[in-house]
Design a protein around this ligand. Structure first.
Ligand code: PDD
Length: 249
């Protein structure tokens, strides 16, 4: 496992239950298949359930990862090895988060960000640069095209329509993103998925980040970009309320 050769997932646990476990397991299975790591998804499921049942935390999340296992020759070629599985429960409060300060950065990651891998060097370097500027998230773009946050997906509002970058190999298919899109569609709000650029952020009235640990949270400032964002966004409040009611109350 010297080559960051592994995959991971984080499952929210609320009131000692699991939140959208099936979707997380499906994504874990996809990541295992795409990385050709031999590991039974049933074993992962059993261990995730064990972590949950033995946890004493009412609210938290389960972090779980699978690596290809010991690489005894330090070779770039796979050998027959047993995968190594690891997980823990972290106590965590899902109560509403304060708006984010964000830095717009180049997406310097590899080209298979649809796999939830343990290779996070691109995210880590950019997020720590942003932290030194007083930020708690990054908003990434690849050659001007918006992708996602360092540990979240992004949405923005322009002229009363909600937009999010469409899924591609440059974006993690977030479970929270999926749930938020369902809410937007249920509420019949104007919505589009597509390819968007930095100029769309200049014109956005609101920008949101979504993830298992953040839920849905708004952005108060992009420190290195001129925007028109207004922290009071009716569409954000509608989606946030529906999300909290549906999954966290
Ligand atoms: N991160 N994009 C990236 C790069 C992420 O790391 C995450 C989640 C998401 C949102 O996915 P989801 O809604 O399924 O949590 C998008 C988790 C929380 C983490 O790093 O622990």
């Amino acid at each position: 496992f010297q080559a960051e050769d592994g995959i991971r997932d984080s499952v929210a646990s609320r009131g000692l239950g699991d939140v959208y476990k099936r979707q997380h397991l499906d994504r874990l299975k996809y990541s295992l298949n795409e990385t050709k790591i031999s590991c039974s998804i049933e074993d992962c499921k059993t261990e995730i359930e064990k972590l949950l049942s033995e946890s004493k935390s009412e609210d938290g999340y389960i972090y779980y990862q699978v690596s290809r296992g010991v690489d005894s020759k330090r070779s770039h070629f796979f050998e027959e090895s047993d995968c190594e599985r690891f997980g823990f429960v972290e106590e965590f409060s899902f109560s509403s988060q304060t708006p984010l300060r964000v830095m717009l950065v180049d997406d310097i990651r590899w080209q298979r960000c649809d796999i939830k891998s343990t290779s996070l060097l691109g995210n880590v370097l950019q997020m720590n640069d942003a932290k030194s500027m007083g930020c708690n998230e990054i908003l990434m773009h690849k050659n001007g095209e918006l992708t996602e946050g360092g540990a979240s997906n992004i949405f923005f509002v322009k002229d009363k329509t909600i937009y999010t970058p469409e899924l591609s190999s440059n974006i993690l298919p977030g479970i929270t993103r999926h749930q938020v899109i369902k809410i937007i569609k249920d509420k019949k709000l104007d919505f589009q998925e597509g390819s968007y650029g930095i100029n769309d952020l200049n014109e956005a009235s609101s920008i949101w980040f979504t993830s298992t640990t953040k839920g849905i949270v708004g952005v108060e400032e992009i420190v290195n970009l001129e925007t028109k964002i207004n922290p009071e966004c009716e569409l954000l409040e509608i989606c946030k309320d529906a999300f909290v009611k549906k999954y966290f109350s």
